[in-house]
Design a protein around this ligand. Structure first.
Ligand code: HEC
Length: 132
């Protein structure tokens, strides 16, 4: 009886942990979307500190790679999801820095190109993770 209760408690915690993680992932994604919107706003209002805020938020939120992982470490096709997520976020962070320095130098087109590159990273990951 005691054992059964314990098992139930453990199972309950596991379900709960799973939900929390998914919620965190969605929240993190929404924060990244916000960060991208902030960067764009900075471009349009020609405001360096807004761009900087967006870049900072993007780098912070992109850092939570593990929250991107849907399940397991490897997909059926052999993709290491954690490694994949890490590579994606590393390049997002690098590009975020480039956006900031290009904008700071007044090269708006280079900054906009960096933004586009980040966006395509977001999209390519989404494209990939849907089949995970
Ligand atoms: C390493 C993979 C990965 C990268 C990189 C990534 N995402 Fe996501 N994103 C996900 C996953 C997983 C989901 C869940 C959607 C799904 O399962 O189809 C998601 C969902 C989202 C959602 C929907 C959230 C919701 O509440 O429905 C938004 C918005 C989003 N991502 C924004 C971004 C932005 C902006 C970037 C780039 C700055 C980005 N993502 C980069 C993996 C990634």
């Amino acid at each position: 009886m005691k054992k059964a209760l314990l098992m139930m408690a453990i199972a309950g915690t596991m379900v709960f942990a799973q939900e929390v993680r998914n919620l965190d992932k969605m929240k993190n994604m929404q924060e990244m979307e916000q960060a991208m919107a902030t960067i764009q706003k900075g471009f349009l209002f020609n405001n360096l500190s807004v761009v900087k805020n967006g870049v900072k938020a993007l780098k912070r939120t992109a850092g939570f790679t593990e929250s991107f992982i849907k399940k397991g470490a490897t997909t059926k096709s052999g993709v290491n999801t954690l490694l994949y997520a890490k590579n994606q976020t590393d390049s997002i962070k690098m590009m975020a820095d480039e956006i900031e320095s290009a904008f700071e130098k007044g090269d708006k087109y280079a900054a906009a190109n960096g933004y586009l590159l980040v966006l395509s990273k977001c999209l390519s990951c989404h494209q990939t993770v849907r089949s995970w």
